[in-house]
Structures are given as structure tokens and as C-alpha cells.
Design a protein around this ligand. Structure first.
Ligand code: ZN
Length: 387
């Protein structure tokens, strides 16, 4: 047997395959070709020493903004991928019907890094910072559905940001419209919550099984827990009927107190995503491994946080078994994570801090068997420094 690449001696964490321990990975033609306790030295094109590192599936970030160059929030997916360990970026509504073709071009250019997309109900997507659902003329359900159907390789669902700024005077009407499009497309809706109105009770009851509620630990008025830490009405019922809780940390959407209350209530996030964008990558979010470190600090296990950034989001975008796992036959997306020990502060978007003695950091990242090289990160957009 010969391999193009062998990753040797690391501690494998592959929750989808229920495999954990010291394994060698053999990679051939961009796929995982062998997972063995020890692979022989013969026939190996190139060997990578992963001794002392965690070997996990390439991270799948369910909520990010990678429509670089044409939107307020977008960052360069390929440039950030090796810094974050992310091999699949799911763009959360940066593109709408009028702008989706540009994101398809970006996705083609980012390969082997993968881009998928929730398509915004608003035809202009996130060209600007907000207000995208406040103008009735941009709420074109037919155009959104046509755009989704035009991009089967890219589109995984519909996105609607529902908060006091995004919808203006439209209230929950854009959410109902987005749900109609998702229903017709046979796809999930990703709902963003934040500062109301509308308030949580008006939106959460509309979500269907399989729909994703992102910013589940937001400190905004639509937050999932009350000031006493108890779940707000409708939250447990929503999760029980199959609504998916996603983190989407971002620049304003992660509170330790809310995250802790959800964990105490027995509701860990299904998926841990970054909401990486122009501003959050320079604030308390930084990158997806830092988000995972926060949930480790809150008491989730290593297998749980890795699953929440690999197998779980891969399943949510219909890539179960192909992405988010290191099983034989899967795409060879691999991330080598360092477990740094020390005493590190972790900060949420309110300035609240927790300390941790273990921090995860992406060291080397491979997409379809090709190593993604660390380059300098692009400079921020001017407004990212002002905001
Ligand atoms: Zn976002």
C-alpha cells in the first residue's frame, strides 16, 4: 500500500468514528486511505510528525462570513483557514439572490478549502452591516428560492437575521417569509437572534425541527435564559422538537453566563461555530479553536467540543461521513491541534472573563490531503477598526 501522505504519532480524536487514541493516518488521492495504530514506513510519499498533537477532522465552521471584498463582514476563507484549522466554512447569509454568484466564484477560488452557504432571504445579503430585512423590496422569496436552486454545490439553507436593526418595522414577517422559502427548498433555516424586538417568544415557536438557532448564547434581549438563569418559555420545547442550537460567537453574541446557564439546564450546543468576520477575528472570538477552548473551560469534554465543530456541523450540511470525520474513505481534511498549557484568560463579548489552563491552537491544517500554508493575514477593512 502506498500513500501520498502519512500523519504519524498523534492523538486521534474522531468522534464520528468513535475513535480516540494514538493512530497513524494514511492519505491517498485526497482521501483517508488507512487509520492504523502504526503504518509501515514503506511506500510513503511524505510523512508528518504529529507527536504531542491532537489529530482531528478539519474543522467545519457552521457560521462564518467569507464573502471577502464585497460585503461588510467578509474575511478571506483561504487566508484564515490554516490559522483557524477550518477546512469547511459555512457562510451564514453574506450572499442573497443578487450577490450569490459572486460567492460561488469565491468558493471556486478557495479550493481545496470548502465554502458552503446559507443564502440570505434578503436579496442584497450582508452588503452592509445591517437593515437587510427592513426594506420590503429586498424580501423577494422567489428570487431567494431561484438562487438556492441555481447553486446546489453551495447552498445548504436559508438565513434570516431577526433583531431590532435587521428587520426594522418588518417584525417577524421576514422570518415567516424565510421559513416559506426553506420549506419550498426542502432545507434548513438558520435564524440569528440578538437584541429585540421582536422578542424570543415571537420567533422560537415558528422554528421547525432541524432549523438552526444561531447565537444561542447571546446576551441580547432575545437570549435563551432569564436573569435568574432559568430557560425562557419555549426553549426546552424547541430543542425537544429538534431545533438545533448553534453558538455563532461573533463580536456580540457569546456570553459566558448564558452559555453556563444553558449547560446547567442540560442544553449544550449542538454545534460550536465562530461567526468569524472582519470584526470578531480581532476581538474576543479570535478563531474557532478559541471558541472550543471556552467550552472546554465550561466543562464540556474534548470529544464533545471536537464533535461540535466537526461531525455535528458536517451532518447539518448533509456531508455526514464525507466531512467532519477521519474514517477511511472520508475527504482528507485534517487539523493538528496543539494543547497549550498555562494560565490563559478567556473573554466573552461582554468583557466577562474565565481562566483556563488548556488552550487549543491550530498548528497544521490539510484540506483534501494538501497542507494549507500559513501566510500573513490580510489587513482589516477600514470600518473593522472603527466599529
Ligand atoms: Zn454571522
Amino acid at each position: 500500500v502506498s500513500f501520498d501522505l502519512v500523519i504519524r504519532g498523534g492523538e486521534l480524536v474522531d468522534p464520528a468514528a468513535r475513535r480516540r487514541g494514538r493512530y497513524d493516518l494514511g492519505i491517498r488521492d485526497g482521501r483517508i486511505a488507512a487509520v492504523e495504530r502504526e503504518l509501515g514506513a514503506e511506500g510513503t510519499g511524505h510523512a508528518v510528525d504529529a507527536e504531542g498533537l491532537l489529530v482531528v477532522p478539519g474543522l467545519v465552521d457552521l457560521h462564518a462570513h467569507v464573502y471577502d471584498g464585497s460585503t461588510y463582514w467578509g474575511i478571506d476563507a483561504a487566508a484564515y483557514a490554516p490559522h483557524c484549522g477550518t477546512t469547511t466554512w459555512v457562510d451564514a447569509g453574506s450572499a442573497g439572490a443578487y450577490t450569490l454568484r459572486g460567492l460561488r466564484t469565491i468558493a471556486a477560488g478557495a479550493e481545496p478549502v470548502r465554502i458552503k452557504a446559507f443564502v440570505n432571504l434578503s436579496s442584497i445579503g450582508l452588503a452592509g452591516p445591517t437593515w437587510e430585512l427592513a426594506t420590503p423590496g429586498y424580501l423577494d422569496e422567489d428570487a431567494c428560492l431561484e438562487a438556492i436552486e441555481s447553486a446546489p454545490e453551495l447552498a445548504v439553507g436559508v438565513k434570516a437575521r431577526i433583531d431590532c436593526n435587521t428587520v426594522g418595522a418588518q417584525g417577524v414577517a421576514p422570518l415567516r417569509a424565510a421559513l416559506r422559502v426553506a420549506e419550498q427548498a426542502g432545507m434548513r433555516l438558520m435564524l440569528h437572534i440578538g437584541q429585540g424586538p421582536p422578542e424570543l417568544g415571537e420567533v422560537i415557536e415558528l422554528l421547525r425541527p432541524g432549523d438552526v438557532l444561531t447565537h444561542c448564547a447571546t446576551p441580547g434581549s432575545m437570549r435563551l435564559v432569564g436573569d435568574d438563569g432559568a430557560l425562557r418559555p419555549g426553549v426546552r420545547e424547541a430543542v425537544a422538537r429538534g431545533v438545533v442550537l448553534d453558538v455563532g460567537h461573533g463580536g456580540g453574541s457569546f456570553s459566558f453566563r448564558v452559555a453556563e446557564a444553558l449547560l446547567a439546564a442540560g442544553l449544550p450546543p449542538h454545534s460550536i461555530s465562530s461567526d468569524a468576520h472582519q470584526i470578531s477575528v480581532r476581538r474576543s472570538m479570535f478563531d474557532l479553536p478559541t471558541c472550543l477552548s471556552k467550552y472546554l473551560a465550561l466543562g464540556l469534554g474534548l470529544d464533545e467540543v471536537i464533535a461540535a465543530a466537526t461531525a455535528a456541523p458536517a451532518a447539518l450540511i448533509g456531508e455526514e461521513g464525507r466531512l467532519g470525520t477521519l474514517a477511511v474513505g472520508a475527504v482528507a481534511d485534517v487539523c493538528l491541534l496543539a494543547q497549550e498549557s498555562g494560565s490563559f484568560p478567556l473573554v466573552d463579548v461582554t468583557g466577562d472573563q474565565r481562566r483556563t489552563d488548556l488552550r487549543l491552537r491550530a498548528v497544521r491544517t490539510f484540506a483534501a490531503g494538501l497542507e494549507l500554508l500559513h501566510g500573513p493575514l490580510p489587513p482589516p477593512e477600514p470600518w473593522a477598526l472603527r466599529d
